[in-house]
Ligand binder design. Sequence first.
Ligand SMILES: NC(=O)c1ccc[n+]([C@@H]2O[C@H](COP(=O)([O-])OP(=O)(O)OC[C@H]3O[C@@H](n4cnc5c(N)ncnc54)[C@H](OP(=O)(O)O)[C@@H]3O)[C@@H](O)[C@H]2O)c1
Length: 323
Amino acid sequence: MRIAVVGASGLVGREIFEVLFHREFPAQEIFAYSTRRSVGEKIRFGYDQIEVEELKLEEMGEFDFIFSALDRESAKELVPRLKEKGVVIDNSSAFRLDPDVPLVVPEVNPDRAKEHKGIIANPNCSTIQLVVAIGPIHKEFGIESLHIATYQSVSGWGREALDQFNYEVEFVAVGEPPDSKGSVFPRPIGANLIPKIGEFGDDGLSEEERKLQLETNKILESEIKVFPFCVRVPVRIGHGEAVWLRLKKSASRDEIIRLLESSPGVVVDRDYSTPIEIAGKDEVHVGRITETEEGVFLWIVADNLRKGAATNAVQIAEILKES
Ligand SMILES: NC(=O)c1ccc[n+]([C@@H]2O[C@H](COP(=O)([O-])OP(=O)(O)OC[C@H]3O[C@@H](n4cnc5c(N)ncnc54)[C@H](OP(=O)(O)O)[C@@H]3O)[C@@H](O)[C@H]2O)c1
């Protein structure tokens, strides 16, 4: 198969190469595209190195799949044109809520992928790990409402964000206040917490919080009341989510554990996992499963670059290549 990765030099783009190799995707020819500033950079693809080329649509050939790891604004402009060159699996938020674009998490709604009209959207990282864990619970017991507090790593905001974090922690290590001039974050992120991911809307919710509400219900085809609160934390890779579910039918802790143990893509922890432990893994870890009078508590952790982006995108291509 002929594969292109657009936005190849970014964090998600690089991870897509890693996942394609790791899952032995039949990519006979693979190309890496980014802007001019990344031309010549080398991307690891198993034992090979793929050189980044400048994206020039008029010079591109045709592909079986094009993985887009562009930012939202570039994706808005380029993805509709890339679709003329091959089926696009887009990681950005540009088309996720478009009724003509399926929003797919393979463990939850794989068949939607086959309804595509040239573009399939990969959901937001915090939404993917949430629906992998709660999808089976919703199917079995029905979820009435969901409260969620997220603890999201800096790599979720891209390469510049990770570089900024790595720079600021050098100050923290020597006991100095971090230099955050020109940062992509609204406040210092070294040894800090920022309760703002994306811009705030008129109702006070951030863009990330809005994504959790809308994307969760689009994927689950539900009307769950979602109450989110998203926080950026000084962690390199891996998002944590503290989730409290109110169910329509009551469920015991043992029933939830048994259900999740047999659910695809989920690992049930005896106690809990942390971001450091799950970095580089493809599964969603669920721990701290607790039954209370008010509902069920869960702690959900996953690698935002793997299952939260690259792995999910490659799984979508796997569904389509088999159909
Ligand atoms: N990071 C995550 O955990 C995560 C998870 C889920 C979804 N996403 C989404 O995935 C997308 C990529 O995220 P990321 O974290 O990988 O961001 P990133 O590290 O900032 O990478 C963005 C990439 O897009 C390229 N690019 C930008 N404009 C371009 C253009 N006009 N033509 C060609 N290439 C262009 C950049 O190339 P240059 O390096 O040459 O500028 C870079 O390779 C975003 O939409 C993000 O919201 C990210």
